[in-house]
Design a protein around this ligand. Sequence first.
Ligand code: UD1
Ligand code: UDP
Length: 353
Amino acid sequence: MKVLTVVGARPQFIKAAAVSRELRERHEEVLVHTGQHYDEEMSDVFFEELGIPEPDANLGVGSDDHGAQTAEMLVGLEDLIASERPDAVLVYGDTNSTLAAAIAAAKMDPALAHVEAGLRSYNREMPEEINRVLTDHAADRLFAPSARAVENLAAEGVTDGVRDTGDVMYDAVLWARDRATDRSTVLDDLGVDPGEYVLATVHRAANTDDPDRLAAVLDALAADSREVVFPAHPRTVNRMREYGLYDEARDRLTLTDPVGYLDFVRLQDAAAVVATDSGGVQKEAFFLDTPCVTMREETEWRETVAAGWNTLVGADGEAISRALASADPPADKPQPYGDGTAAAAIVDGLDDV
Ligand code: UD1
Ligand code: UDP
């Protein structure tokens, strides 16, 4: 079988790497990069470090408004699907790259397969929520990371082609954890000790594109008594500069460029607590037994909250400070996202196409 995989943004390289290792044992894969992320530390670093082959094609789309960016990807992907004639198009998550590939594939011959199907934040203000709902409703194969994701799909009448595979990010973390401990020098490079610092990331549009929310988040992080390591997404750096928040943030936080996957896994593993608005980071913290404070009002990864390992605090400065200071998850932790063998289950699911 020929599978055309479409990736474009940082977390998709990490997820696709885990599936690709399994997929290439059994099938032919054509890997397409839309070019949504393009900086060395947002893209190339993952291809080098995760051992994924170079993309067979890069559409070089880059940054733009949602409509223009998605449309340019759609045009390029339609051409590629026509020339490559894959049996299946495989997409990940909820970015504009996911949606563009879903629209292109759904109107052409190949089956559309969606990894991370069935996630819902039930907040339609999030561009990602629109992307994931539309992709799920266009997909032929829906690989859900949890029983709850399967239930979410059923509630929308989507039951055909749905399979609970577990979460592929768990596979990725299991692959990376020991490698990161052995190889990463990031703790020494930054001069931080295990258990002594907070690790923070912020990139969600609702936080970065609102000066009051961004200022409240940065203030609350800086007020913590521990060192706060903050590998900043380029979007966030741009907004901090635009709103005049950058210099103070640089003085009060340990701001760095985005780091590679092994360094980031090491940083999460050794942090006292993680503060984030990322989807993937909430789960990775959970897999790595590090408590998480999520600076959003809701999450699509609700199992982590129900388990007591993740606290939702929005952009409320006091709530952020309180949650950071008191993070104390229960000793026992359920496993709602499978056992780290999602990649094999996904490739099994593709075999049915
Ligand atoms: C995108 C996804 C988001 C995902 C995130 C992962 C959408 C709608 N959003 O958000 O769901 O969580 O990726 O990180 O698809 N930029 C650079 N260099 C880069 C990439 C981006 O400078 O390599 C800057 C540009 O100014 C760009 C901005 O970041 O305008 C936003 O990038 P974009 O890909 O549109 O969205 P993300 O915020 O990265
Ligand atoms: N990540 C990384 N370096 C960083 C920040 C994050 O490698 O500096 C990884 C992280 O381990 C996770 C993924 O990027 O696997 C999460 O991506 P992001 O937060 O950009 O997107 P989201 O998951 O919210 O879509």
